[in-house]
Design a protein. Sequence first.
Length: 153
Amino acid sequence: MLLSQQVKFVNALPPIELNAANGGDCDYVSLENYGHLTIVIQQGVVGAASTATVQTHTTNSGAGTAVGFSYRAETTAAGDTLDDLTAVESTGIAMGTTNNTMYIIEIDAATLAEGSPWVRAQLSDPAGDSFGSVLYILSKPRYAGDTMPTAIA
């Protein structure tokens, strides 16, 4: 199996220092041609806790509407065993201060409000220097193949 022919990868937030200057607003992606979005948040060095939220919108820019979601976490430094799937409200999740952890957020397109197919992750500015990245994995495509349709335009 070639995973890149089954799912679409989008570099939503390249590895960066999470602060007010750099921002924690990830790109929007459209679930119009995809049935599911998995958001992978990786934390490197963590100076202070950040909060992860998810927003939906009618377009690919501007402030969206915060929505609830389900997630799994691996909060043991550099571990590979995810916690149980946990549902949270639109206020999001407070990510811990352990270095080298990850959070996996699951969004099903069927749960989005009518006319709001655009989704993005948003990370709050932590009080201390923290580094992280966000990867989107879009699955259940309407049109699979060597080249998946764009999800950012």
